[in-house]
Each structure stands twice: as structure tokens, then as C-alpha cells.
Ligand binder design. Structure first.
Ligand code: HEM
Length: 225
């Protein structure tokens, strides 16, 4: 039986204060939004740029590592790393909090694959950001060199395997993420037909990301010297 409220007990049936709503939006909704924009779009573009490997070292270097100024380098870092960090923290919190209840709505295989790919991505992105970005740029004083990454891809099998699996994880995580963003995340697609239609979009996103990403890996592999 519910006890009557006394003056010092908060009334939990009252609508949450505007500040609380704003806080929930910033912490939770931005973690979801950032995953798609700018992170998802930037990731797709980054994989696409890597296809320049087919046009040789100079073209790859310009497309992937070239920045017109220090300001554009800083801007890229902010636009990519801040949302990535935000989304990663948001994702880790959700992994611990949403077990069970989300699975009921998500379809458990996809639910678990989304989380497994997130863990794979965390490991892959940690290694990739360190070896291909931070170490060459900040410790060796230059951007990643085409000949180095292509050589690793061709002659060091663990690197090739990590990139193949990392891209598989990105393709799945982003494609399924697009589906969950528009359906459960933001409730933009609610009707059965819209949800089914989005499933087809997600499959298409998965295949396109996989083709571009693995295509880029093969481009580097085949141009190694
Ligand atoms: C390239 C990097 C990444 C991209 C592009 C990306 C993209 C996305 C997208 C679009 C969603 C759907 C958001 C929604 O449903 O509202 C999502 C969900 C998720 N992401 Fe990521 N993500 C990335 C990295 C990570 C990392 C590193 C982690 C943490 C280890 C992570 C953990 C999660 C989790 C747990 C979900 C599911 C949340 C839920 O539905 O409850 N993601 N991601």
C-alpha cells in the first residue's frame, strides 16, 4: 500500500524538472546522436578515402593524411575524437545497464552482436588510433606513411587479420546502429513497414561499408613494396 507523502519526501509522480530533462538529453541522447553524426558519416568517408590506395602512395597520402593546415588537423580531431569518446563512454554504460530489457525489443542475436562488435571496435580503434595516428604523428613527427602501412598489411598477417575483423565490426555496428537509432533510439520509424524497410537499409549499409573497407585493405595489400 502506498504511504502518504510527508513534506520532506519528493513527489516522484511529479514531472521531472526541466534541468533533469536537459541533463538526460545531453548525457544519453547525444551519445546516440554523435554515433551517427559526425562519427558514422566520418567513418564511412574515412574508409572511402582509403580507396585512394589504388591510385598509389601520393594519392593515398593526400586523401587520408593530408590536412591543409594545423587548424584543420585540430578541427578533425575535435569532430572525431570528442564524439567517439562520448559515444564510447555512453555505450559502455549502456552495456552494463540495459541487459535483458533491451534484448526483448532488439532481437537477442542482434542485441548481442551489437555489443560484441562494440567490444571488438574498442580494441581495434585503440590499436588503430595508436599505431596509425598518434604514434607516427606525435612521436615520430610525421603522418602515417603509405609504404609502412601497406607493407604491414601485406607482410604481417596479424595486422591484416585485425583490419579484416575491425572493418567487419565497424560495418555491422554502424549498420545495425542505423537501424536501432531510427527505431528504438529516436522513435523516427515506428510502423511495422518502416521498421522492415529500415532493416533493408541496414543490410545495404553493412554491405557497402564492408565492400569499401575490405576494398581499401586490399588496395593497401596489393600496393605493398
Ligand atoms: C567508429 C566507431 C563507432 C561508430 C561509428 C558507432 C556507431 C553506433 C551507432 C550508429 C549506434 C546506434 C545508436 C542508437 O541506437 O541510438 C551505436 C550503438 C552502440 N554503440 Fe557504437 N559506434 C562506434 C564505436 C563504439 C564503441 C567503441 C563502443 C563501446 C565499446 C560502442 C558501443 C555501443 C553500444 C553498446 C551501442 C548499443 C546501445 C544500445 O542500443 O543500447 N560503440 N553505435
Amino acid at each position: 500500500m502506498a504511504l502518504p507523502l510527508t513534506s520532506d519526501q519528493p513527489d516522484r509522480s511529479a514531472p521531472p524538472a526541466a534541468r533533469e530533462v536537459a541533463r538526460t538529453f545531453v548525457v544519453s541522447r547525444l551519445g546516440s546522436l554523435f554515433a551517427l553524426l559526425p562519427l558514422g558519416v566520418w567513418t564511412a568517408n574515412h574508409l572511402w578515402n582509403n580507396l585512394a590506395a589504388y591510385n598509389g602512395a601520393q594519392a593515398w597520402q593526400t586523401a587520408v593524411t593530408g590536412h591543409s593546415s594545423a587548424a584543420s588537423t585540430a578541427l578533425t580531431m575535435t569532430v572525431v575524437l570528442v564524439p567517439l569518446l562520448w559515444h564510447t563512454v555512453w555505450g559502455i554504460v549502456r552495456m552494463f545497464r540495459t541487459r535483458g530489457s533491451s534484448a526483448r525489443y532488439f532481437g537477442s542475436l542482434r542485441y548481442w552482436l551489437q555489443r560484441a562488435s562494440a567490444v571488438g571496435l574498442l580494441a581495434f580503434l585503440g590499436a588503430h588510433l595508436w599505431l596509425a595516428w598518434a604514434q607516427p604523428r606525435f612521436f615520430e613527427g610525421h603522418a602515417e606513411v603509405f609504404a609502412d602501412i601497406a607493407h604491414e598489411m601485406r607482410f604481417y598477417t596479424p595486422t591484416l587479420l585485425v583490419y579484416i575483423l575491425g572493418i567487419l565490426a565497424i560495418a555491422y555496428h554502424l549498420a545495425n546502429g542505423v537501424w536501432s537509432f531510427f527505431t528504438m533510439g529516436w522513435g523516427i520509424a515506428v510502423s511495422k513497414s518502416a521498421i522492415r524497410w529500415l532493416e533493408r537499409v541496414a543490410i545495404l549499409v553493412f554491405l557497402i561499408m564492408l565492400a569499401i573497407g575490405w576494398g581499401a585493405v586490399y588496395g593497401l595489400y596489393s600496393r605493398a613494396t
